[in-house]
Design a protein around this ligand. Structure first.
Ligand SMILES: CSCCC(=O)C(=O)COP(=O)(O)O
Ligand code: MG
Length: 244
């Protein structure tokens, strides 16, 4: 049996509760959005590329980016439907930054995940951990940079070897995205030495189709699994159950 030395971790529903994303991060973004949009001049200025919000909004379809109101209602709709849209994810990462830096936001990464992330990449071993989330890479680095460990903010980024999102790897339910990750981390020849963990069955199936090992992580509040999901996949409820 191949030894697993590389982990690729999903975030929401895997190493941190879905409620943190849905009930804290998404509402924080919607609450702050009007304040950020009020500083933008509409119609958008094609030449104001060094204004970060203006440049993000320039990636929107033209009919959506005409007025402050149309932009607000476009993003609110995407958030309500939890659409993994790259422009939304980029703007969310930008707005969450000020929340983490002011101390208003702290990421409730599960204690078992904090322990695992700290101990798995031992010195002088090939062990590595990567992150693959629909949240932008900027948002991933922020989340792991401000982890709430017993009330203290800790930075776990030094234990992580890299990050992938939908702009760099592709959508998480497509096997080609996992093939791309394998190539990027030089594991195409040995995909079964890589373990992907996620709460999302379709993501687990896509990773397996690319040749990775993959388990479903069940956490409180995650979507329920069917009998066939339970039969076809290995399931864990904590990263402390990993026998690697
Ligand atoms: C990186 S924090 C924000 C998470 C987010 O926006 C999201 O859509 C979570 O998706 P995941 O792929 O981590 O389940
Ligand atoms: Mg998830």
């Amino acid at each position: 049996m191949t030894v697993i030395d590389t982990l690729v971790l999903d975030i929401e529903g895997t190493v941190c509760p879905i409620t943190f994303v849905k009930e804290t991060l998404f509402p924080y973004f919607l609450e702050k959005l009007p304040e950020y949009l009020s500083k933008v001049h509409f119609p958008l200025n094609e030449d104001a590329k060094n204004d970060p919000i203006n440049s993000i909004l320039l990636q929107l379809p033209e009919e959506t980016s005409q007025t402050e109101e149309s932009v607000k209602s476009y993003f609110s709709d995407l958030v309500a439907k939890d659409i993994k849209d790259p422009v939304l994810k980029s703007l969310q990462g930008f707005i969450w930054k000020s929340g983490y830096e002011s101390g208003e936001l702290k990421a409730p990464v599960y204690p078992d995940s904090i322990d695992f992330i700290k101990q798995f990449p031992k010195a002088n071993s090939a062990n590595k951990i990567y992150i693959y989330s629909s949240g932008s890479i900027k948002a991933q680095i922020l989340l792991f940079g401000f982890v709430d460990e017993n009330g203290t903010s800790v930075d776990l980024n030094k234990y992580l070897s890299g990050y992938f999102d939908i702009t760099t790897a592709g959508y998480k339910t497509e096997s080609t995205s996992y093939e791309k990750i394998l190539k990027e981390i030089s594991k195409s020849e040995n995909p079964s030495s890589v373990l992907f963990l996620s709460d999302n069955v379709k993501e687990v199936e896509a990773a397996k189709a690319a040749g990775m090992e993959s388990y479903i992580v069940v956490r409180p509040g995650n979507a329920p699994l069917t009998e066939s999901d339970e039969k076809n996949h290995r399931i864990i409820t904590s990263l402390s159950q990993l026998d690697i």
